[in-house]
Ligand binder design. Structure first.
Ligand code: PSU
Ligand code: MN
Length: 340
């Protein structure tokens, strides 16, 4: 059964190009540094719902011990829906699909500061070859979710086109990755540290379906439920979202789908305040050159926004992550009903 479940994902999945000779009878590749947690393996082989979770938010998004508490709470929320969580990261050069508690601690609180890398697609092979530790971004988490045959991935913010991206060319690899991995990514949209309009344009160019989740077609702006930009479709319920993923799978489409879930309304007022901190942080990053320092830009901006908003952004960020974990779990459960 697992051969069927994951073998299919491998065959369709070209980017890592593992040859069929590399598969064991269980359908997972041999001789690659990949550890699937027994609970996740059991879920995949018995066709239970699984939700992938990322670890850049653990390694570069939140401070210790908030990061561990948050990762644990997201796993519990996924479980509350009946799905199995698979928190993905790289530990000592091994890809982990589902983390043990000690592994999560190791990523969340490194022995040496700066020894845990932020891993996007381009960093995967170097990090593995050098036996490094790393938190996986949306891009790398999509790669590994697709590799394992996981169909739903819940996170907070997807990367996007940075403000000023038309001259810095800072466009997150997360966007491109959504063209390669047949996974439904449930997020709260993209952060207002980014250029939301250009991000939506770019996703349109890439052919990635973008849906707002819920009754409205307004794309959410992470800290705020509203961005002022409409998208062409909305998914009103978990079952509609699941049906879209299933349709893509039936059509053997290789791209992902973005479901953008607004932060609950009660955070709207806080969102307006955080926006002021965001604007200031972006202006500072342009003045001090951080905006031209590649992968440092996003973590720096997030940290600065949290300082300037006196932690309000952290509370909102946790709330929206918990919300996407819940909805991700619900979508995964509905998807499994269709995939039986
Ligand atoms: N949004 C957050 N916190 C984060 C990130 C996004 O609220 O930690 C991370 C995600 O893992 C995302 C990555 O994939 O930042 C994007 O980074 P970049 O812009 O360098 O591609
Ligand atoms: Mn970038």
């Amino acid at each position: 059964v697992l051969l069927e479940a994951t073998g299919r994902a491998f065959k369709q999945y070209k980017p890592l190009s593992i040859t069929t000779r590399g598969f064991s009878n269980s359908g997972l590749p041999q001789n690659v540094p990949l550890d699937v947690h027994p609970e996740v393996l059991d879920a995949l082989s018995s066709k239970k719902s699984v939700v992938a979770l990322e670890t850049t938010l653990v390694t570069h998004g939140f401070e210790y011990p908030t990061n561990v508490e948050l990762a644990t709470s997201l796993e519990q929320i996924v479980r509350s829906t009946g799905a199995v969580p698979a928190t993905i990261g790289i530990v000592e050069g091994r890809i982990k699909i589902g983390l043990e508690k000690a592994e999560l601690e190791r990523l969340a609180s490194p022995a040496k500061p700066g020894s845990v890398f932020k891993i996007s697609r381009r960093d995967i092979a170097p990090a593995i070859a050098m036996k490094a530790d790393g938190g996986t971004t949306c891009a790398a988490t999509l790669v590994f979710a697709a590799l394992a045959g996981i169909k739903v991935f819940a996170t907070g913010g997807l990367g996007g086109v940075h403000r000023g991206g038309e001259s810095t060319m800072d466009i997150s690899a997360d966007l491109q990755e959504l063209t390669r991995c047949p996974v439904g990514l449930v997020s709260s949209g993209v952060k207002s540290i980014l250029d939301i309009q250009r991000t939506l344009e770019y996703l349109e160019t890439l052919g990635v379906p973008v849906l707002s989740y819920g009754p409205s077609r307004e794309f959410p702006a992470f800290f705020s439920p509203r961005s002022g930009f409409e998208v062409p479709w909305n998914a009103a319920s978990p079952s509609i979202a699941a049906k879209i993923l299933h349709t893509q799978s039936q059509l053997r489409m290789q791209n992902g789908v973005l479901f953008a879930v607004p932060i609950p309304d009660k955070y709207e007022a806080a969102g307006a305040e955080i926006q002021l901190a965001v604007d200031q942080a972006v202006a500072e990053s342009e003045a001090n050159g951080i905006s031209r320092q590649g992968k440092e830009a996003t973590p720096w901006l997030l940290k600065r926004v949290s300082e300037l908003s006196k932690g309000t952004s952290i509370t909102s960020n946790i709330a929206l992550l918990e919300n996407t974990a819940l909805i991700g779990g619900q979508i995964a459960v509905e998807y499994q009903k269709l995939a039986q």
